[in-house]
Design a protein around this ligand. Structure first.
Ligand SMILES: Nc1ncnc2c1ncn2[C@@H]1O[C@H](COP(=O)(O)OP(=O)(O)OP(=O)(O)O)[C@@H](O)[C@H]1O
Length: 342
């Protein structure tokens, strides 16, 4: 790809306006962090609601919850940028888990910010962003209750968290709760292809499939693994991706599950032995077995459900502390037996 077209691809993928200092490369998750709500992939209904808020300007207190790496913090930052324009720097206070966020910070820093006078576009308020809010102590959350009410005419709060039930009820009742779902494979694929084009990455289709498989709907992980694979190997194919993420190769695990389905216990145990000897832990193996079984389409629906049930029981036992080779061998034996019965 020539320089000009790679530049326009970068623009299309929303490459950050901030350039890294010469000699340094920004991590791609930062370089391609969406800057406007339009660029956010997935969760379109929720993002539409945010766009309406950005247009009307009357932002309620919000909680955005969902699993990691799907755009919660990014959405709040985009919303704040669209609401506040050039006043963004002055009118946003962002605190995340790396900042001290005990009661004192709520009493001093947040309250101080809420009292501060800032010139804003008409009808806009200052915004306090509390990232990873579920890790704030209950005491600190309690201390926010009155602050949120007293200063609500000038300051609005946005919380991002993985589990909204870790936010105390009184705060939940003051906020609009928006839930983000994990991103679909197509959404991840589209974004990864945009970034590959912008960065002139050499890739194969099965390389992208491997990135999507290992990310499980987490865009941050997909983009990070893409960058690590490019940095480590230069070419994104399945083998390289699984080396980077250091998880059992799903093709081998799939062969093992299929051997169970066909009742070929020796072959299945042999594959298990090879994977075990590579040093993967029992949890890695059993969770890959689960994910692979879910997606195999050559197994009957009934057997698939029975397999998943058995794998689930084994997973539970492993988490209880018995993560041995024998545990997995037992699981393989039971999987082989399921199909013999039916
Ligand atoms: N929906 C998305 N669209 C485009 N890029 C995304 C999306 N979600 C995540 N990303 C990428 O992943 C990076 C991290 O996203 P973000 O910080 O918003 O995640 P998060 O959901 O807040 O995760 P956490 O719960 O760990 O804080 C972004 O910089 C961006 O590059």
């Amino acid at each position: 790809m020539n320089g000009e077209s790679s530049k326009s691809a970068a623009k299309k993928a929303g490459a950050a306006a901030v350039e890294a200092p010469p000699g340094y490369e920004l991590p791609w998750v930062e370089k391609y962090r969406p800057r406007f709500l339009d660029e956010i992939v997935g969760n379109s209904e929720t993002v539409e609601r945010l766009k309406i808020i950005a247009k009307d300007g009357n932002m309620p207190h919000v909680i955005i919850s969902g699993m990691p790496g799907i755009g919660k913090t990014t959405s709040i930052l985009c919303l704040a940028r669209e609401l506040l324009g050039s006043a963004y720097k002055e009118a946003v206070l962002e605190l995340n888990a790396s900042d001290e966020r005990g009661i004192d910070v709520v009493r001093n820093r947040i309250k101080g910010f809420a009292q501060k006078k800032v010139t804003l576009p008409a009808g806009r308020q200052k915004i306090v962003i509390l990232d990873e809010a579920d890790s704030m102590t209950a005491g600190a959350q309690q201390a926010l209750r009155r602050t949120m009410e007293i200063y609500s005419s000038t300051t609005r709060f946005a919380f991002a968290c993985n589990q909204s039930n870790k936010i105390i009820e009184p705060l939940q009742s003051r906020c609009a709760i928006l839930r983000y779902a994990r991103l679909s494979d197509q959404q991840l694929l589209k974004r990864l292809m945009e970034i590959c084009e912008a960065e002139s990455v050499q890739y194969s289709d099965e390389g992208l499939a491997a990135l999507i498989f290992s990310a499980e709907g987490d865009m941050r992980q997909a983009v990070n693994n893409l960058q690590s694979t490019v940095a480590g190997f230069g070419f994104v194919n399945g083998d390289n991706v699984f080396k980077v993420v250091d998880s059992p190769h799903p093709v081998a695990v799939q062969a093992m599950i299929k051997a169970c389905y066909d009742g070929k216990i020796d072959q299945a145990l042999e594959t298990l032995r090879e994977l075990w000897d590579k040093g993967y832990s029992a949890v890695d193996l059993i969770s890959t077995m689960f994910r692979v079984t879910k997606t195999i389409d050559t197994i009957s629906e009934h057997s698939k459900l029975e397999f998943i049930k058995e794998i689930g029981f084994t997973h539970m036992r492993i988490l209880e502390g018995v993560g041995t080779h024998l545990q997995l061998q037992g699981c393989i034996a039971r999987l082989c037996k399921i199909n013999l019965k039916s």
